[in-house]
Ligand binder design. Structure first.
Ligand code: HEM
Length: 151
């Protein structure tokens, strides 16, 4: 019986990890796309039909994909951290800091979309292109931390 419970628990953990990685992919894919949409959006004439189409595409990407995906990544990730009691482990602490910063980037990008929809253009296309590198850098660091666990 005890053996069965252990098997069930490790299967549950495997499902949590699978869910985590699946929604990581949705979240990061969406984060790669969103600033790209903003760059094209900013090139459209204010008030044009093209601009309205971008506002709608951006809204859908945010509300259907990236925000729910981010919430699920957090829920699955925190569950695994709790199961493994990783709070004081070095690689996890650094990963935690990076995902906090990435979530801040996400929040800023969501807010930026609302400002764009109001007709503001606070940041240049070039700056958006540079900022678009941030999720890629975060992914490289996070994957090394979780797979190699260097410390
Ligand atoms: C949002 C907050 C996040 C938390 C709290 C979190 C936490 C965790 C935890 C505790 C594990 C299990 C690690 C182990 O014990 O070996 C894990 C696995 C993993 N995480 Fe996250 N994570 C988060 C976000 C992310 C992000 C943004 C990425 C990718 C960019 C990511 C990629 C992975 C991968 C690839 C694994 C699987 C590693 C393996 O095969 O063991 N996580 N995460």
């Amino acid at each position: 019986m005890i053996y069965d419970l252990e098997a069930a628990l490790s299967l549950t953990y495997a499902w949590i990890k699978a869910g985590h990685v699946i929604f990581v992919i949705f979240w990061i894919a969406g984060l790669f796309m969103l600033p790209r949409y903003y760059i094209y959006h900013q090139e459209a004439a204010p008030g044009s039909a093209e601009e309205k189409a971008w506002i709608e595409r951006e809204r859908k990407l945010r509300t259907i994909i990236i925000t729910p995906a981010m919430i699920l990544v957090w829920l699955f990730g925190l569950s695994m951290a709790w199961i493994n009691q990783l709070w004081l482990v070095g690689w996890f602490q650094l990963k935690f800091l990076i995902v906090l910063l990435l979530s801040g980037y996400h929040g800023w990008m969501v807010g930026y979309g609302r400002r764009l929809a109001r007709g503001e253009r606070p940041v240049s296309g070039r700056a958006l292109r540079l900022m678009n590198e941030i999720p890629g850098i975060a992914v490289v660091l996070i994957v090394i931390l979780v797979i190699v666990k260097p410390f």
